[in-house]
Design a protein around this ligand. Structure first.
Ligand code: AHR
Length: 513
């Protein structure tokens, strides 16, 4: 009797902690709609311990195994992630960076002061060759952010010439003298960064004119069919910025327009990275989900000037931004990474996948030891964060055909406020497998989701889940595997109906065949 009472009680509890949502998957592909792998890009700035200690430990380092100074553990982890592109050297740093400081014998390179990030001395030991060779090791395409604010047109076109020109020229000669015969053929080029702020505090009109000048001279040194110039884009909801750029820059000299948006509670009171309250969590998720409105509104402006969607929206900085870990240099932006960050990554990547007709590139800020990092290092130790695991679970969408997944979700509520609990996206890969990624941001309630499938018959479903007891949970150097994806047993397929039992605060990736 006692046993029956207990199971009845557990049944009632489970009813009260699970919510019901529905979704429809259109499983028919449109050959024109591909989720560009570059949506899964990353960002490495000369900031704190991102480059030095994160990626690069120096060729002479005997303690940490490395290849040409780049940590082997990092290379291996990032290869598994299938990093499609890596943005470098900034960020705000990019507009103070003079690339010629970072070539030639390392002992002769000048030092500079990194005025944006902690005022530390930068010895330029990690420069153009180091970065581009590292990208080759990772199998990632480089995305170079050019200095527009404190550099010159000549300096930027010299850089293009140095890395991309195959013929005889002063810069290709210099490259060869520095040991690299063939050009690297870099496709992606940013023309300044945050020109409305750290990149020169310009007006949109002034920046658009400057951009036209820089973009004109950047052509001619590469296979120009491949050069992809990205204009420094809006700060979050500055729609006027996008409007002016789309109106004032001829579209034959503009391949991408950027957008930066961080999930932040309040720029003056960002809240802790790991010991946060549910109020902090809710506010962060609200800011992360604001990406949906941003994408809709910036896209509508771009559609007005470019209905054929030739120019890409490039969200080249996104992620959660909190207070630095206590006791660390405030200029280094080092923060822990919890299940909250997994939620941010999951919902943001779903938004990008679902808008992949316009968003064709994005960069999480940043890869190692800075902001919403996928990797944290401490001397010879390295850990993978919950964000890493989400990026890895989602990499099945890279270059796959987009499939529409419409979700009708219940709400995650806190007090009088509410947010959509469930988000999702779907694709079919080149080998014929269909993938659905789902996020339940509600940290207290599980979700039973019923997905109706249209346009295909599947025989099997398998999956993985990333979940933990508390939304504040994270990996540490002592417990590196506290959070990692495990096989998911909560999905069932019956005819055209898929049911998914999602735990509270979880990310699920399903494969249908
Ligand atoms: O990612 C950190 C900083 O945030 C970047 O340097 C800058 O572009 C942005 O404001």
């Amino acid at each position: 009797m006692k046993k029956r009472l207990l199971s009845f009680f557990l049944f009632v509890v489970s009813l009260s902690v699970s919510a019901q949502s529905t979704a429809t998957l259109s499983a028919q592909t449109d050959p024109e709609r591909v989720i560009n792998r570059h949506i899964y890009g990353h960002f490495a700035e000369h900031l704190g311990r991102s480059i030095y200690g994160g990626f690069y430990v120096g060729e002479d380092n005997k303690k940490i195994p490395n290849t040409a100074g780049v940590r082997n553990d990092v290379i291996e982890a990032l290869k598994r992630l299938k990093v499609p592109n890596l943005r470098w050297p900034g960020g705000c740093f990019a507009d103070t960076y003079h690339w010629k400081d970072g070539i030639g014998p390392k002992k002769d390179r000048p030092t500079i002061v990194n005025t944006w990030w902690g005022g530390v001395t930068e010895n330029n030991s990690f420069g153009t060759h180091d970065f581009l060779n590292m990208c080759e090791l990772l199998g990632a395409e480089p995305y170079l952010a050019g200095n527009m604010a404190s550099g010159t047109v000549q300096e930027l076109i010299d850089w293009v010439q140095y890395v991309n020109f195959d013929g005889e020229s002063p810069m290709s000669k210099l490259r060869r003298e520095n040991g690299r015969e063939k050009p690297w053929n870099v496709t992606y080029w940013g023309v300044g960064n945050e020109a409305w702020g750290c990149g020169g505090n310009m007006t949109a009109e002034y920046y658009a004119n400057e951009y036209r000048k820089y973009a004109t001279f950047m052509a001619g040194w590469s296979n120009d069919k491949n050069i992809f110039r990205i204009a420094s884009g809006a700060n979050s909801a500055d729609y006027n910025w996008t409007e002016v750029l789309m109106k004032n820059i001829p579209h034959n000299m503009l391949e991408g327009v950027a957008l930066h948006h961080y999930a932040v509670i309040d720029w003056n009171k960002k809240g802790p990275a790991k010991d946060f309250t549910e109020q902090h969590y809710f506010a962060t998720m609200k800011s992360a989900l604001f990406m949906q409105e941003l994408v809709d509104k910036h896209t509508a402006i771009m559609d007005k000037y470019d209905p054929k969607k030739r120019v890409a929206l490039v969200v080249d900085e996104w992620g959660g931004w909190y207070e630095v870990e206590p006791g660390t240099n405030p200029g280094f932006l080092y923060q822990q990474n919890t299940m909250r960050d997994a939620m941010i990554a999951g919902v943001t990547l779903n938004i990008f996948n679902n808008h992949s007709d316009r968003i064709r590139m994005a960069n999480l800020a940043q890869t190692i030891n800075v902001l919403q990092a996928v990797i944290l290092t401490e001397e010879e130790k390295m850990i993978l964060t919950p964000t890493y695991h989400v990026m890895e679970m989602y990499n099945v969408h890279q270059d796959a055909f987009y499939l529409p997944l419409t979700v009708k979700t219940t709400d995650y509520t806190l007090g009088k406020e509410k947010l959509p609990a469930i988000s999702g996206s779907a694709s079919k890969d080149k080998n014929g497998a269909t993938h659905i990624t789902l996020v339940n941001i509600d940290p207290k309630k599980g979700q039973d989701i019923t997905v109706s499938i249209d346009g295909a018959k599947f025989k099997s479903v398998t999956g993985r889940v990333l979940a933990s007891k508390n939304i504040q949970d994270h990996n540490t150097f002592d417990k590196p595997d506290n959070i990692k994806p495990v096989n998911f047993k909560g999905a069932n397929l019956k005819g055209n109906t898929l049911t998914v039992k999602m735990p509270a605060g979880s990310v699920v990736a399903l494969q249908l065949k």
